[in-house]
Write a protein that binds this ligand. Structure first.
Ligand code: NAG
Ligand code: NAG
Ligand code: NAG
Length: 547
């Protein structure tokens, strides 16, 4: 596909030129294409709404007969959450539009997906008549299978009648492997193709991207100016860190790549892309980011253009921390003297089996810890165990798990390490009740939802001495530590030893502090902030539709 590099570059340059120099022409053509897409997908829209109505009827009929506990819970629309979420005018509770969620990898089961499902659940509760549609490329799973997985993996119960899935056929265009060269541009172009694919299926009333496809939202605005767009940004597509890294003495994979002739070209290309990305970002109506770090980067890229377009208001580019199941964990996992008896000297590592999670480092550290003098006063007679929990999304993941098993074998700790692939929520809870320590080995993780989960479950953390786990999560509470920081295998081994040899009193005290620390990141906090932003989108939709 390498030969595609030039045509893509050309297309994007002309697109950029179009945006800059012939906006009127572009908008004219856009509106034409938009109204064509609206007409051609109209029937499907009617069919979808009919299906929602009939599923809703069936659901109600069935649940009048057997009112289970779960559904009572469902009907409890938390008014306090909603009330405090918005200052000033609130959008009507019976708003009934279609909200499109652009999330081509919705069945992946990672932190980004948790945000998606929690957002849909909050939206469903606030606007029971609205319909949430997820554009996905996961052809191998149908709606019941997806909802079941959301239930099992995240313990999130969606209301089935008002959530639907539309299947995209062009997802390969956004894979990095499709674009070996000019990857950033290529994937962005891919996301435009993918968005077009989505609009041929259905034109939503509000479009929200939760995967970082800013170009898709820009296409939506071009084709359907009246459809408000929202972005929840986990990670900027290009960051000032990346641009800086090209300089000599920079850090990361591109360190110092800015030298020489090729380096100069690369720098130009990245600068051009950054300018385009900034421009595109200014077309989005409502922007949220998942962390302060991300907010800083997005502000520096999108801020200037957004200012100029006068989109800047008080709460422009809001930080909405992703929800962590803190409340669930508090309810399900006890932290007291009695529960201490159920815990063994087990070290838990919950992370997807991806290279940057560095499971290798943890296996080596654990082997080192086991081979040292094991005198653990608090846990007499029990052998420590390392438990690796993660989802296996594809054959690459499966291969990595296989290699990690081999490594455990080589390190002679095969019987002391347990792999738990694709664990359900109850299984994870069970491990969190039985374990003592939670660990994490990724370098410069910007946050680390898994680490917050450890804390909520009262685990003592041994985490990398970098990024969010160090700065935001495993910090002192009431002036005392909630865990340990480490860098090398030696330090991790030492961290495990310290964490497992605290006295009885101190162990419980540290678990309590950890739990207190986790209260900073709850589901309720997410719902409130999400709904406040969603409310702005709904009000925009109502205002624009009235024109
Ligand atoms: C894993 O950790 C080791 C030791 O710190 C480091 O040398 C290695 O680069 C890390 N691997 C990855 C993929 O981060
Ligand atoms: C935001 O998303 C990025 C990318 O997925 C992730 O590394 C980071 O941990 C997230 N931040 C929070 C607060 O979850
Ligand atoms: C964090 O973890 C990585 C390995 O994943 C390691 O190379 C690095 O040195 C660690 N510590 C710091 C302070 O970055």
């Amino acid at each position: 596909m390498a030969f595609l590099g030039f045509p893509i570059l050309f297309t994007l340059l002309s697109l950029a030129a179009g945006v800059y120099y012939f906006p009127a022409v572009l908008h004219g053509v856009g509106a034409q294409v938009g109204s064509y897409l609206r007409r051609s997908s109209h029937t499907r829209r009617e069919l979808l709404l009919a299906r929602v109505a009939s599923e809703q009827q069936t659901y109600e009929a069935k649940h009048k007969r057997e009112k289970s506990k779960e559904d009572d819970e469902w009907e409890e629309v938390e008014p306090s959450t909603v009330g405090s979420a918005v200052n000033g005018g609130k959008a009507d509770k019976d708003w009934s539009g279609i909200v499109g969620f652009f999330h081509p990898f919705c069945n992946a089961g990672g932190g980004g997906e948790r945000v998606l499902w929690a957002a849909i659940r909050a939206t469903q509760k606030r606007w029971p008549d609205a319909v949430c549609v997820v554009y996905t490329g996961d052809h191998d799973v149908d709606k019941p299978a997806i909802l079941k997985r959301v239930n099992d993996r995240f313990n999130i119960h969606l209301h089935p009648p008002t959530v639907h899935f539309l299947y995209l056929t062009t997802r390969h265009y956004v894979l990095a492997s499709t674009w070996p060269r000019f990857t950033l541009l290529g994937q962005s172009l891919g996301s435009i193709i993918l968005a077009y694919d989505a609009f041929t299926l259905l034109v939503p009333d509000i479009l929200i991207d939760t995967m970082g496809y800013a170009f898709s939202l820009a296409l939506s605005t071009l084709l359907f100016p009246s459809v408000p767009t929202g972005a929840y940004v986990h990670y900027p597509t290009i960051s000032t860190d990346m641009l800086d890294s090209l300089n000599a003495g920079g850090q990361g994979v591109n360190a110092g790549a800015g030298q020489g002739y090729r380096g100069l070209a690369k720098r130009q290309y990245w600068n051009l892309f950054a300018a385009l990305y900034s421009k595109i970002g200014s077309t989005i109506d409502v922007v949220m980011t998942n962390a302060t770090w991300t907010q800083g980067h997005i502000k520096s890229l999108w801020g200037p253009y957004r200012n100029r377009k006068n989109k800047m208001t008080d709460h422009d580019i809001d930080v909405v921390f992703p929800p962590v199941a803190v409340e669930d964990l508090e309810k399900e996992v006890a932290v007291d003297e009695a529960s201490e008896k159920q815990r063994g000297p087990y070290i838990l590592y919950i992370a997807q089996f991806r290279p940057e999670k560095n499971h290798t480092l943890i296996l080596q550290a654990f082997a080192q810890f086991l081979s040292s003098d094991l005198k653990l006063p608090s846990l007499p007679g029990q052998r420590p165990k390392l438990v690796l929990i993660g989802s296996v999304r594809d054959s690459d993941d499966a291969t990595r798990v296989y290699k990690l098993r081999l490594l455990a074998h080589e390190l002679h700790i095969k019987d002391d390490v347990e792999f738990v692939c694709d664990a359900t929520w109850p299984q994870m809870l069970d491990w969190m009740r039985r374990s003592s320590v939670g660990t994490n080995a990724m370098w410069n993780e910007h946050f680390g939802i898994g680490v917050v989960e450890y804390q909520a479950a009262g685990l003592v953390s041994v985490v990398n001495n970098s990024g969010g786990p160090k700065l935001d999560i495993v910090i002192d509470i009431d002036g005392k530590p909630t865990g340990f920081h480490a860098s090398t295998a030696d330090e991790y081994a030492e961290g495990f030893r310290k964490a497992l040899s605290l006295g009885k009193e101190e162990t419980i005290a540290m678990r309590r502090r950890a739990r207190k620390s986790a209260l900073r990141f709850t589901d309720r906090g997410f719902d409130e902030k999400w709904l406040a932003n969603m409310d702005r989108l709904v009000r925009l939709q109502i205002a624009r539709a009235a024109k």
